[in-house]
Each structure stands twice: as structure tokens, then as C-alpha cells.
Ligand binder design. Sequence first.
Ligand code: AMP
Length: 383
Amino acid sequence: MTIGILGGGQLGYMLALAGYPLDLHFRFLDPSPEAPVGRIAPRITADYADHRALEKFAHGLTLVTYEFENVPVASVRFLAERIPVFPSPAALETAQDRRSEKRLFQKLEIPTVEFAEVNSPAALDAAVRQIGLPAVLKTCRMGYDGKGQWVLRTPEDVALAKAEIPGEPLLLEKFTPFTREVSLLAVRSTTGETAFYPLVENHHREGILRLSLAPAPRLMPALQRSAEEYARRILEALGYAGVLAIEFFECEDRLLANEMAPRVHNSGHWTIEGAAVSQFENHLRAVLGLPLGVTAAPGVSAMLNLIGEVPEPAEVLAVPDAHLHLYGKTPRPGRKVGHVTLRAASAAELGERLAALPTFFHRPEFCLEAMPRHSASHKTGKY
Ligand code: AMP
């Protein structure tokens, strides 16, 4: 059985690695000749909109999925006319535009950040009057890793943004003083079966995810329950199949949905070693209609992204239960080139293992200060 994957980055790479033990084969399509999957699976190098390449790619596949959410919807629809595509083109289309995403949250009564649509620079003033300052202005499409965003604190910021913003639809959001950022990885199979991973706490620098702590420290069961309830509404409304990642702001013990990604997600990398069955294997099980695997985390994990630089592998591997993943990408500033997952039986042990990482990791961008150190619950071994 061969599965086609649109996008040939590290997410696709890890999907294939999870699929090989299930005797699955893979074929990738990516516009870049540098796509890292090239060393583990056949890859077609072509533009996503190249119909001849899409025909060639689709030939003989069981189904198609994607690991990159900015694939043109028209290309995914073109494929869906020929073979099954999961998650559906409609799910992809919803998640590609912040407006349709937010409208879906509202329709499903999922709390979200207050927002106003801004369809021209002139409309920005009215949006600012409605939302107030501070606010965050975002492009509706193609934003990732904090790109296409302006934080507006003063009328001067608004004037500057007006001169700078591109002539495309934007969204103005109320600046939310959140306690922390968490994400939920939800899975729904084509059979309708669902499963949810524990919420993960995420730390960003310069808009890029640096550290995920899983399960999220001090995770209250009620918070997990509401995240799952919101996710379930989205999965059912979209008739979803595959992994769906939802990012939330936690504010005063409440969750506000920020955005979602219709694919496996960076904040779920810890599941490879830290959960019974990884997000990658569960995504494949879901799109194939196979029973879903256990999503529970037997211990605690920390996932650290390697951005633009790779540490000395031997120094990482010397730390007990440290797992190094290198994606085979040429290091460039801001580029995700690998990650490290540290696993432990308790928060205290995880703290010791993080402290034992080489000096490479003891820099502010790894956000290690986010690791809870002095909480009383340390004594119980829990976060
Ligand atoms: P996003 O692309 O929506 O995930 O935004 C990137 C990052 O900017 C988020 O992870 C937050 O840290 C921050 N951010 C985005 N929207 C808001 C908001 N409305 N209020 C405060 N911070 C925000």
C-alpha cells in the first residue's frame, strides 16, 4: 500500500518513519529538490499546482495526505477527484484562512480571541476602535512561525502598520495576556473513532516554537476536558480524518482557541518517545481507518527544537533518555533542523536531565527557565 504525502519536510519524514513498520510505502511531492524526505522515499519535485505532476504522483496511490497546510486547495481538490484525500479539502480550506477558522470556532461556540476583519488599510481604524489597543494584526493566509504579524500598542504603531501592511485581507485580534500557550493533538479516524493526547505547554521565541512540555505542567483535568470537547466539535463538524492540532491561549483557567493546523504538528513530536503511540502513527491509522493507538503519556517529556544549528550528537545522547532527531536539512538561521526529546518518570527527573544537557542548550532561546522548579508538587513527582 502506498500513501502519497504532499510536502516533503520533517513532518512527512517522520510520518514515513512511523509507517514503515506497518508495511506502508510512501511517495512525496514537494517543490524543493532539497526536501529532506528524498533520502528515505521516492519524491517528485514539482510545483503543487502542476497537474501533470499531480497525475503522476497520484498514480497507484491508496490515498493522499499532506504535511504542509499551505498546499493550494485547488491541487488537493484535483487529487480528491481521483483518489481519497484526508483530511478533506474542506478542512484544509478552513484552516488556511484565519477568518474561516475563527468563524468556525464561533459557530461551534468555542471561545476565541476577540477579532475584527480588516479588508483594507482604511478599515484598520474602525477595527482598532472596535477591538481597542493593544492588538495584534495578522495576515489571514500563509502566516506561519509568527510571520505576517504586527503588534499594535499605540496610535503611532497603527499609522506605521497602515503604511506597511500588504493589500490583502487581515485580522485584528485583541492582544491577549495569556498565562501560557497550550496545544491539543486530536485524532479522528475515517471510522469516526477519536483520541486525544494530553495538552502540551508551548514556548516560543521570535514566533518559532522552541520548547514543548508534555503533559502541560499543572494540567487540571477540567482544562483537558474542555480542550477535548472543543476539538471533538471541530472533528465532527468537518467530518475530519487524521491528526488535527489546535493551539489555545490559557487565560485564567479558560481556553481561547487561537488557530488550528490540519496535520501532524511540531508540538506533538514528543509523542514519538513520550506517548504509547505517536501522532505520526496515529495519523496514518486514522486516514487508513485502522484502530487508533493509545495516546497516554506514561511519563513526562520535554521537546526542544533545534533551530539553525545542531549540537554535538554524542553530548546529547550521553543524557539518559534523550532522543535526537536530525532532519538532514542544511542549517540556516531560523530553520528547524532537528529536535531533541527528553523523557523522564517525573518532573524532578526531567529537570535533572534538562540541566544535564550540554551548554549548547543553556541559552535563553531554549526557554529552559520555563521548566517548573520550585513547585510543591515536585515532591509528589508530578508537575
Ligand atoms: P499565531 O501565528 O497566531 O500562532 O501567533 C504567533 C504567536 O504570537 C503566538 O504563539 C502568540 O505567542 C503570539 N500571539 C498571537 N496572537 C496573539 C494575541 N491575540 N494576543 C497575544 N499574543 C498573540
